[in-house]
Design a protein around this ligand. Structure first.
Ligand SMILES: [Zn+2]
Ligand SMILES: [Zn+2]
Length: 207
């Protein structure tokens, strides 16, 4: 669901039998997220972040307070999380409360909720600690790419620690390594597939 003033895509990934869920990027609108958790009948086992731009961490502190779940980032985005007040000010927004973030997201780690396993790929470039999360749902791959890959575009690299060469390398070496029918949940806007971006994304097809 799109949350917060910049319409960040927040995802709830759940094992409905175990009634345990992982929340990806709770950027805002806590009540909407909680309503969805309640309607699914699931408890939050973990809160993870594709990166620490303020629009992706906007209600992490409140969700953490409400659920007691661990909230995780990649350690390379710690400095950026410490800059959340400055980030919000740049966009003319009120700074959100800060959560107790651990730095548990490292490449190759697995985040679990019930039988659900979500793999962590470190995909730096949009920010130094940007991560993508991969799950296999009955043989179909899904990737939560945050602001690294969009439908027909890629993430901006003109903010703190952004690196254009790094983001293109991350996408080519890690995301395009996934099967063509992989569903890509992006950080903003519509979803896409790896095959569509491999064939059509102007940032990836040239050069
Ligand atoms: Zn971002
Ligand atoms: Zn964003």
């Amino acid at each position: 669901m799109a949350v917060g003033p910049l319409r960040c895509n927040c995802s709830i990934v759940a094992d409905l039998e175990a009634k345990r869920a992982i929340v990806v990027d709770p950027g805002g609108d806590l009540r909407n997220i909680q309503a969805r958790l309640t309607s699914l009948g699931v408890e939050v086992a973990a809160i993870v972040h594709t990166h620490t731009h303020f629009d992706h961490v906007g209600c992490t502190a409140e969700l953490q307070r409400a659920t007691g779940a661990a909230a995780s980032i990649h350690e390379d985005d710690r400095f950026l999380y410490d800059l959340v007040p400055e980030q919000a000010a740049l966009f003319g927004m009120e700074a959100p409360a800060l959560a107790d973030m651990d730095g548990a997201l490292a490449d190759g780690r697995v985040v679990r909720a019930g039988a659900l396993e979500m793999g962590v790929l470190h995909t730096p470039g949009h920010t130094p600690g940007s991560c993508s999360f991969v799950i296999d749902d009955a043989g179909k791959t899904h990737v939560f790419a945050g602001d690294t890959l969009f439908r027909g575009s890629i993430g901006r690299t003109d903010l703190w620690g952004g690196d254009h060469e790094a983001i293109v390398h991350s996408i080519r070496s890690r995301l395009l390594a996934l099967p063509d029918d992989t569903l890509v949940v992006t950080g903003h806007g519509p979803s896409t597939t790896i095959g569509h971006e491999r064939a059509r994304n102007p940032f990836l097809t040239r050069g």
